[in-house]
Design a protein. Structure first.
Length: 179
């Protein structure tokens, strides 16, 4: 039987081939390292973006709370100067929170409206009773809430009206312009 193995012998310089093959290993290692770095950078940016977004959300929540506390502090000072009790102040805070959560207006805006009412000399009960109508007026007319509150208090003072004249009714801009 004949031997079935064939032996081929190539004679020449294989240093160029050896150099290319050994360089492939280095290039593959380098490219893998670059891909790893790119993925790490992408991960850092994603985490950084998420943390930044959460930070901004937290800051907005803090600023909203601070704006409400500042507005309520003003209402409290005005009402206490007029002889309001701490229970009355707590009731106004609750009213601001309730309407701030259930209307298009923020808690701070509701408190600011109550502040205008306090400046007009309205007590806590009158202010709380009038707030729903003032909210309706502002929403229906497109006015900002503070301007609506200021307009209502100015009108009612000028025409010697009391809040009880309007309790249960939505205040409208037409009512003020017809008088």
């Amino acid at each position: 039987m004949a031997d079935e193995n064939v032996i081929v012998e190539i004679d020449g310089d294989s240093s160029g081939f050896d150099k290319v093959v050994s360089g492939l290993s280095d290039k593959l290692s380098e490219q893998t390292s670059k891909i790893g770095s790119a993925l790490a950078d992408l991960g850092k940016k994603a985490v950084s973006g998420a943390i930044s977004g959460l930070w901004d959300l937290g800051q907005a929540a803090i600023e909203t709370g601070q704006a409400f506390e500042k507005s309520m502090s003003n209402v409290e000072a005005l009402q206490l100067a007029a002889g309001a009790t701490s229970d009355a102040i707590a009731m106004l805070k609750q009213v601001s929170e309730e309407y701030g959560a259930s209307t298009q207006f923020t808690m701070a805006q509701c408190a600011d409206a109550l502040g205008y009412m306090a400046l007009a000399g309205w007590d806590a009960e009158q202010s709380a009773a009038a707030l729903p109508g003032v909210l309706s007026l502002a929403a229906a007319s497109g006015m900002d809430l503070a301007s609506a509150s200021d307009m209502v208090t100015d009108y009612m003072s000028a025409f010697s009206k009391s809040v009880s004249d309007y309790t249960g009714e939505a205040l409208t801009a037409a009512e003020f312009s017809d008088k």
